[in-house]
Design a protein around this ligand. Structure first.
Ligand SMILES: Cc1cc2nc3c(=O)[nH]c(=O)nc-3n(C[C@H](O)[C@H](O)[C@H](O)COP(=O)(O)OP(=O)(O)OC[C@H]3O[C@@H](n4cnc5c(N)ncnc54)[C@H](O)[C@@H]3O)c2cc1C
Length: 442
């Protein structure tokens, strides 16, 4: 790591991981940090964390991530994150119609928490409707064949507000922000050749859409789904993928009814959260293998529109899952219109491992943060520490977080991810489906 703590550092992307990196670098004493983001304000509507809520839980099939999530506890790590965390508890379940893959995944998570000293005493296994209602009395649906467990040591964080709060805090610490489609959008990374004609080139900074050059001793690319737009080789193993998000607009009374509802995750259908008291929106996400946008070269990137298409729409298969989820749990909501529907993009790897590493052939000048795989928000309190470690160690010591070499096998692995159920599809098919529906109603 540069010994000169006044050396300029460029962080490209002011989402959950970029802001966390800025925070921990600033806490380490680095004084010349600039965050670039294409959005006019933080939270950016291009961020996967531009949202009312994200699940904060520590149960994983892999004990390694359980330990990290425990360390990332928003109550302990930094009082900055506490206000956004709500410990409602967490119900994990499968419905009576769940395929074996969903049941196995739920059972693995239950096995991992049941033997874990931090959770074991508090985990309640749930096998009857009344047991479920013991933790979520609001469930008036039949809960046909539901099996699962309740973990009180989990909940959710208001992710959009967390990004905003951390951004304001960083600005007060002197971190600079360049925001917007011209001043903040990075369109190119700059390189020069390494010393003595070596094969290593160094990244020397970034160019923004207004053609300004910003020199940096270290550039840190935290673009999530958009990473391959600046580092094309990243697309060989980190795939831009999206999932659907939908909401139901509730009345004040309905919102009060669902206060303190545990986060509920039905592995074959989807998950939901207690309603947001400020907007009275009740957020739901279907669970599935997701959708990619693969071009002729085999790289998936979000569509390049001002806001990635399709907006105001979710696929029919997802809408059906969410309505089934509501019929089983909160049937009075099952036929209500879904509002604020969107597709939300993240960066996916085959083994769901993060990538926190230097880009090969750039020495220690260019770091890439990618592969959040849809489970990276909860690490925001501590994530930036791992980037500080990387810079200090000048190499990624953890094999699992290294840059993955191109294996030439392509990116057709989405259906095999152990904790997801269903088949991955291409976004192009969805846009056609959306256009067909629109034409049918014209
Ligand atoms: C539907 C959905 C549900 C999820 N649920 C959970 C959950 O329950 N729990 C959990 O822990 N995680 C969850 N995640 C994952 C979590 O949101 C991500 O892990 C996290 O947001 C990753 O942070 P990031 O900083 O890498 O990327 P992001 O937060 O996506 O930020 C990327 C930033 O890059 C900016 N950007 C893009 N292009 C440019 C450019 N050219 N120049 C400058 N800036 C640019 C964007 O504006 C954005 O601000 C979910 C993700 C999705 C999609």
């Amino acid at each position: 790591m540069s010994k000169d703590k006044n050396a300029p550092i460029a962080i490209i992307g002011g989402g959950a991981w970029g802001l966390s990196t800025a925070l921990h670098l600033s806490l380490t004493g680095y004084s010349d940090i600039t965050v670039f983001d294409r959005a006019e304000t933080i939270p950016s509507h291009f961020s996967a964390a531009y949202d009312l809520n994200k699940i904060v839980r520590a149960e994983y099939e892999d004990e390694f991530y359980t330990q990290l999530a425990l360390v990332s506890d928003p109550r302990l790590e930094n009082p900055l994150f506490g206000p956004y965390y709500h410990q409602t508890g967490y119900i994990v379940a499968t419905s009576g119609e769940a395929p074996p893959k969903a049941v196995n995944s739920m059972e693995k998570a239950l096995a991992s928490v049941s033997k874990h000293p931090k959770f074991a005493l508090d985990i309640h296994s749930l096998t009857t409707r009344e047991e479920f209602r013991g933790h979520a009395w609001q469930f008036s649906g039949p809960l046909n064949g539901f099996r699962g467990y309740f973990n009180p040591l989990a909940g959710y964080a208001h992710s959009g507000n967390a990004l905003k709060g951390v951004c304001l805090h960083l600005a007060s610490r002197g971190v600079k922000f360049l925001l917007g489609e011209t001043r903040g959008k990075v369109i190119e990374l700059l390189y020069d050749n390494g010393p003595g004609g070596s094969s290593t080139r160094r990244c020397t900074g970034v160019v923004t859409a207004d053609n300004e050059i910003h020199r940096a001793a270290i550039s840190i690319c935290a673009l999530d789904a958009y990473g391959a737009s600046l580092i094309p080789e990243l697309g060989y193993f980190a795939v831009a993928r999206c999932w659907s998000v939908a909401h139901v607009q509730l009345t004040e009374q309905e919102c009060d009814l669902l206060r303190n509802l545990p986060v509920t995750n039905v592995r074959d259908l989807g998950f939901f959260f207690e309603p947001d008291p400020a907007t009275r929106l009740f957020k739901l996400c279907p669970l599935g293998a997701g959708y990619s946008n693969t071009d002729a070269s085999g790289t998936s990137l979000p569509p390049p529109d001002e806001l990635p298409e399709p907006q105001g729409y979710i696929p029919l298969e997802d809408e059906r899952k969410l309505r089934q989820l509501l019929r089983e749990t909160l049937p009075w909501m099952a036929d209500r219109p879904f509002v604020d529907k969107k597709m939300c993009w993240f960066s996916d790897t085959q083994d769901s491992e993060y990538c926190v590493d230097f880009v090969p052939g750039t020495g220690d000048s260019l770091v890439v943060l990618a592969g959040d795989s849809g489970h990276g928000f909860k690490m925001m309190p501590v994530f930036g520490k791992w980037v500080v470690d990387l810079l200090q160690d000048r190499k990624q010591k953890l094999a699992r977080w290294r840059w993955q070499q191109h294996d030439g096998q392509g990116n057709n692995w989405a259906d095999s991810v152990s904790w997801r159920v269903g088949n991955a599809r291409e976004i192009g098919e969805l846009i056609e489906e959306k256009n067909r529906i629109t034409r049918a109603y014209l």
